[in-house]
Write a protein that binds this ligand. Structure first.
Ligand SMILES: Cc1cc2nc3c(=O)[nH]c(=O)nc-3n(C[C@H](O)[C@H](O)[C@H](O)COP(=O)(O)OP(=O)(O)OC[C@H]3O[C@@H](n4cnc5c(N)ncnc54)[C@H](O)[C@@H]3O)c2cc1C
Length: 174
């Protein structure tokens, strides 16, 4: 039995395993029911951006982008990271309204599961799960190993947010 089990080998699970090992954990097991990256990650476009309305999204992107830029140095693996620009266009009022719509489920659940010692969740990502994966992983590993995420406060992503009345998110996309 491993001391830490990561359930799911998508981009987030793989990143969590990486950051656990980066922090010195040596007994990490990733359990994947299919193949690594065979889930949503397989369909993702891999677009990376900083443009969000909500500050937390921007801060997560900044933290993650620093990792993406240094991916090869950090991991020793090749990565075709190219900075070419990124643009969302809505050409109807309905389209604009949809881009601005604040939806709580556009944001993931990241952090400890209350009442279950040692269980953490990092799931439920919308169209920015790939971008944020290194930041998500770094921060949830900080919660696991240090008791709380130190680099960025991710309390607003907690499972408890749904019952605790934390601030509503601003639109996810714009
Ligand atoms: C068309 C499309 C375009 C996208 N474009 C972008 C983009 O440009 N930028 C961006 O940031 N994001 C984008 N995304 C979103 C991004 O791809 C996801 O947010 C991200 O891949 C989620 O990663 P994950 O590791 O959480 O989930 P997944 O990749 O789904 O990984 C979960 C893994 O868990 C495994 N699993 C599930 N249950 C079990 C079990 N019981 N036992 C063992 N294993 C299990 C699954 O097989 C799967 O491999 C896009 C998504 C889609 C579909």
């Amino acid at each position: 039995m491993a001391s830490t089990i990561v359930l799911g080998g998508g981009v987030v699970g793989a990143a969590v395993a990486f950051f656990l090992c980066d922090r010195g954990e040596t007994d990490v097991l990733v359990l994947e029911r299919d193949q690594l990256g065979a889930g949503t990650t397989k369909g993702g476009l891999g677009g990376i951006r900083h443009q969000f309305v909500d500050e937390l999204d921007i801060r997560m992107s900044q933290l993650a982008t620093a990792f993406w830029r240094n991916f090869e140095d950090r991991t020793g693996s090749r990565h075709d990271f190219e900075e070419r620009g990124y643009l969302f266009i809505a050409n109807t009022e309905v389209g604009v309204a949809e881009l601005r719509l604040p939806m709580p489920l556009y944001h993931p659940i990241v952090g400890a599961v209350p009442g279950v010692a040692g269980l953490y969740i990092a799931a439920g990502f919308s169209g920015h799960g790939f971008i944020h994966a290194p930041a998500t992983a770094q921060l949830v590993v900080e919660e696991m190993l240090d008791g709380r995420a130190r680099t960025i406060d991710i309390g607003d992503l907690s499972l408890e947010r749904f019952g605790a009345g934390r601030r509503p998110f601003k639109a996810a996309v714009l």
